[in-house]
Design a protein. Structure first.
Length: 386
C-alpha cells in the first residue's frame, strides 16, 4: 500500500462508517489530516528529520499513542483513540476491521474553528477574563505535569545552550535574507550573556521542580475556548522540544499574542499566571524565552523558503513573516533588565506621544502621560477641562 493510495481513499466520504457530507484534507510537513464531519483523523507521514522519525509503522503507532496520551492531559474529551488502518481480505483499505494492519491514525473530535483563541482575539470576543481562566488552567496543568529524573536534565544549562547554538547555526544562511546581520549578532550576544549571568537561577529552576513535561507548542491556534478551555496538539515526537521550564509554555504563548498584536492580553495572562502559580522568578526569565521562541518561529518560517515551486508572492510573504518574527526576537532582546525612566519633552504636536509609543513597543515599557496623570489626581476625566 502506498501513502498516495491511502490519501485518495481517506478523502472519500464512503470510507467512513458515519458517512460525513464531505472530507477536508490538510497536509502538513509531518502529517495528513482528514476532517470528516464531526471527526478528525490524523495520519503521520513516513518521514525522518533531525528531530523526528516516523519511518516505520511501529514508530508511527508509538507516536500516535504518545499523541493520544499527552493530549488527553488538556483535551481529554477531544482525543478519542488510535485507530488501525488495515487491508481487508480483498486488499481494500479499511478502518479497524481489516486483516493486515498497515498504518495508524489518531481520531479526535472536530473543534469549532470560530472558537479558536486567535479568532476570538481578532473578532474582539476574548477579554482579560478569558486570559485569567486560561492562566488558571495552564498553571494547574504545570503543577500536575511530570518532573524529576531525565526530565530535569532538559533544564540544565548545557541543554539550553545547545538549543540556542543550534538555532544560530541553522540560521546562518538567512543572514540579510530574513534576519539583518546586526539583529543576528545582537540576539546571539544577548542570549549568551543572559545564560552566563543567570547560571544560578537556571540551576535553581531545577531544584524548585520547574522543569516539567510541558506542552511545547502552546500558541493561539492550539487553544479553543468554547464551553470549556481545550488546549491541543502538543509536541509528541520529540521529548527535547516538550520537556523544559514551565516558563517556556508561558513565553511561547505570550510571544504569539504579542506577534498578533494583542500585547495587552499577554500582560493580563502573565499577571494571572504568576498569581495562580506563585512563580515569582518567572518575570526574570520571560523575555529570554520569548526571544528564544520568536527566533525559533523566524527560523522555521525561513526554512519554508526552501520549498519547491513557491510563487513569488508566497516567497515574499514568507520572507516578511520570518523577518517579523526575528524583529520581535530582537525587541525582546533589546528590552532593559533594570528600571529606567525615559522622559520626552517638546512643543505641542511635535511628536512626543508618537515617539513614546514606538519606544514603549520596542522596550516593553509603560507610557505615563503627565497631562492624564494630573487629571487622575484630581478625579477628572481625560477629556474634562476646568
Amino acid at each position: 500500500m502506498t501513502h498516495s493510495l491511502l490519501i485518495e481513499t481517506m478523502k472519500k466520504t464512503d470510507f467512513y462508517s458515519h458517512r460525513p457530507a464531505e472530507v477536508e484534507f490538510i497536509e502538513t510537513h509531518i502529517s495528513y489530516v482528514f476532517i470528516a464531519g464531526d471527526f478528525v483523523y490524523k495520519v503521520k507521514k513516513p518521514v525522518k528529520f533531525d528531530f523526528l522519525d516516523f519511518t516505520t509503522p511501529g514508530k508511527r503507532r508509538f507516536y500516535c499513542e504518545e499523541e493520544l496520551r499527552l493530549n488527553k492531559r488538556l483535551a481529554s474529551d477531544t482525543y478519542l483513540d488510535v485507530i488501525a488502518i488495515s487491508l481487508d481480505a480483498r486488499g481494500n483499505i479499511t478502518l479497524n476491521k481489516g486483516v493486515e494492519v498497515v498504518d495508524y491514525a489518531v481520531r479526535m473530535k472536530k473543534l469549532p474553528a470560530d472558537r479558536m483563541l486567535k479568532t476570538l482575539l481578532f473578532q474582539g470576543l476574548a477579554d482579560e477574563k478569558d486570559m485569567d481562566n486560561l492562566a488558571k488552567v495552564i498553571a494547574a496543568f504545570h503543577q500536575e505535569a511530570q518532573t524529576g529524573g531525565h526530565i530535569d536534565e532538559m533544564g540544565n544549562i548545557g541543554n539550553i545552550r545547545h538549543n540556542i547554538e543550534e538555532n544560530f547555526a541553522e540560521t546562518l544562511n538567512y543572514i540579510n535574507v530574513t534576519i539583518p546581520e546586526y539583529q543576528y549578532k545582537f540576539i546571539n550576544n544577548y542570549m549568551g550573556e543572559f545564560l552566563a549571568e543567570n547560571k544560578t537561577l537556571f540551576e535553581k529552576r531545577i531544584t524548585d521542580h520547574k522543569i516539567r513535561e510541558c506542552h511545547g507548542d502552546l500558541h493561539l491556534d492550539h487553544i479553543c475556548i468554547a464551553n470549556e478551555i481545550i488546549i491541543f496538539d502538543c509536541i509528541e515526537f520529540n521529548e527535547r522540544f516538550r520537556c523544559g521550564d514551565i516558563v517556556e509554555d508561558v513565553a511561547f504563548l505570550t510571544m504569539d499574542i504579542d506577534f498578533n498584536g494583542y500585547s495587552r492580553y499577554a500582560g493580563a495572562f502573565i499577571k494571572s499566571y504568576i498569581r495562580y502559580s506563585g512563580d515569582t522568578d518567572l518575570p526574570v526569565l520571560l523575555n529570554f524565552y520569548r526571544c528564544y521562541y520568536a527566533y525559533v518561529r523566524g527560523k522555521v518560517t525561513s526554512f519554508r523558503l526552501g520549498q519547491e515551486e513557491l510563487q513569488e508572492n508566497e516567497r515574499k510573504q514568507i520572507t516578511k513573516t520570518a523577518t517579523q518574527y526575528f524583529d520581535l526576537a530582537y525587541t525582546y532582546a533589546a528590552r532593559l533588565g533594570k528600571p529606567v525612566l525615559i522622559l520626552t519633552a517638546g512643543l505641542m504636536g511635535s511628536g512626543k506621544s508618537c515617539q513614546a509609543r514606538k519606544l514603549a513597543a520596542r522596550l516593553g515599557a509603560e507610557i505615563i502621560r503627565t497631562d492624564i496623570l494630573r487629571k487622575e489626581l484630581f478625579d477628572m476625566k481625560p477629556t474634562e477641562r476646568r
